[in-house]
Design a protein around this ligand. Structure first.
Ligand SMILES: O=c1ccn([C@@H]2O[C@H](COP(=O)(O)O)[C@@H](O)[C@H]2O)c(=O)[nH]1
Length: 275
């Protein structure tokens, strides 16, 4: 099933806008996994199985695996989601893009090597740098618009002018360009951080019902109520609200998977109160 269709189905069937981020940090694993030869896989698999009933998607962050030399675990985990939790899409957070000939390999990496249903991408090299992702109409392309980090304003807020119109912040231009020009296959979504509620509302007004991946609740302190009120679509969906550390490391004891499930369920319920 194509990504956008799977996401919409999952929003409704699981009644959840929650995405659990998979950011393994072995130093924070429970003691019981300390000497396990496949600890990254086992930790993440336990989290996936415990939280799956409460999520609309999973989001592994590639650097957390690559830095540990755990790319094989990443591939096995994505296959595990597809096998054990069919219908739950996986968004590979790798923020790729490059000149077209190289970007083709990044698309192959995300969609064919890892089997991800969607990938995050960086728009700043221009359309050709993400075209190989856009061309995969059955997969999602989740493009950085207004990121959650404190330095997001350094460049993303710079005023730009296009077509002789009045100036506006770059992130708004990015949103409009993607909605109007890059989304011919209907497979684009945007990253807009939970830490920026005003910008969430502004971007929603520009792009209509395009889905947003919203990192920044939990460990980064984003306000769930403000996110949902400012950025949901008219039907109360449109959001993939991602939380990693607050779910993964809710407990470092032997109850870590149950604690993660509780955290994911609580986040789902809190979001649903404001939809
Ligand atoms: O703007 C962005 C884009 C991506 N991220 C990623 O999301 C998670 C957030 O982790 P938390 O533990 O929930 O804070 C992480 O993988 C980031 O690389 C983001 O935070 N902001």
């Amino acid at each position: 099933m194509e990504f956008m269709q799977a996401l919409r189905l999952r929003w409704s069937e699981a009644d959840s806008l929650v995405c659990v981020g998979l950011d393994p940090e072995p130093a924070r694993f429970p003691v019981a996994l300390a000497d396990h030869p496949d600890a990254v896989f086992e930790f993440c698999r336990a989290i996936i199985d415990a939280t799956a009933p409460f999520v609309c998607s999973f989001k592994p962050q590639i650097a957390h695996f690559a830095a540990l030399g755990e790319e094989d675990a990443l591939a096995r985990l994505i296959a595990h989601v597809h096998d054990a939790h069919p219908g739950v899409p996986v968004i590979l957070d790798s923020k790729r893009s490059d000149i077209g000939s190289t970007a083709r390999h990044y698309a192959t990496e995300a969609f064919d090597r890892y089997g991800a249903d969607a990938v995050t991408a960086n728009p700043y090299l221009g359309r050709d740098s993400v075209q190989p992702f856009l061309d995969r109409a059955d997969r999602g392309v989740v493009i950085l618009c207004r990121t959650s980090n404190p330095g997001a304003s350094d460049l993303q807020d710079l005023t730009v002018q296009s077509g002789g119109g009045p100036g506006r912040p770059l992130y708004q231009q990015v949103a409009e360009t993607i909605a109007q020009d890059w989304n011919g296959n209907g497979n684009c979504a945007l990253v807009v951080g939970a830490t920026w509620p005003v910008q969430l509302r502004e971007v929603r007004a520009i792009v209509g019902d395009m889905p947003f991946l919203v990192p920044g609740v939990g460990a980064q302190g984003g306000d769930v109520e403000a996110v949902v009120r400012n950025a949901r679509t008219a039907d109360g969906t449109g959001l993939v609200v991602s939380s990693s550390r607050a779910v993964l490391y809710a407990s470092n004891g032997s109850d870590f998977a149950q604690a993660a499930a509780d955290a994911a369920r609580e986040l789902r319920d809190r979001i649903n109160r404001f939809r």
